[in-house]
Design a protein around this ligand. Structure first.
Ligand SMILES: [Zn+2]
Length: 176
């Protein structure tokens, strides 16, 4: 299977509407350490995945990264989150990661607000040959971040919708 990941700017016309939709859905979820919110939207031959996680689950802290070691840690996590083919295995369809956007602004960069908590967000888009026989997604990301206790998944496909709860021992989202 050929895997190619290309970072695209947020302004990408094709990608943007679905990602905004997913982000809006996720924004209302609560911030609980150990938990991650994930949305999967299958639209025709595209698979869109959104993640929203407390930074604690992945970086191990939630303060603004100012020391060199903290900044390095954030960029290390950013690189893991951009390695799409290591994070998700889509079963039953031949899919290629074609866009990834990782938002680390909760930890890096200036803003005026005093934060006690910070989130990391990531969005992925895959293009598949045919999603009709898609059986599910193995979320390998769990293995990269042992501090994640549970991922709450909501998914919508071309003709169905559902939810799943993933743990370190059960990383598979059945989609059929
Ligand atoms: Zn927190």
């Amino acid at each position: 299977m050929k895997k190619k990941v290309m970072a695209l700017a947020l302004g990408c016309v094709q990608l943007f509407p679905v990602l905004v939709f997913a982000a809006e859905r996720i924004e209302h979820e609560s911030h609980v350490h150990g938990l991650v919110d994930m949305t999967v939207v299958i639209d025709q031959d595209k698979v869109n995945i959104s993640l929203d996680s407390p930074a604690m689950n992945m970086v191990g802290f939630e303060h603004k990264a100012e020391s060199e070691s903290d900044i390095n840690k954030v960029h290390e996590v950013e690189a893991i989150l951009k390695a799409t083919s290591k994070l998700f295995a889509i079963r039953g369809a031949d899919c290629e990661g074609e866009a990834v956007v990782v938002d680390i602004s909760g930890l890096i960069g200036s803003d005026d607000h005093e934060h006690h908590h910070a989130d990391l967000e990531a969005q992925y888009q895959f293009s598949c040959d045919n999603t009709d026989n898609l059986t599910g997604i193995d979320v390998l990301l769990l293995k990269e971040f042992p501090a994640i206790e549970r991922i709450n998944v909501e998914w919508i496909s071309n003709d169905k919708a559902g939810a799943a709860q993933l743990t370190q021992d059960n990383s598979f989202i059945p989609l059929d």
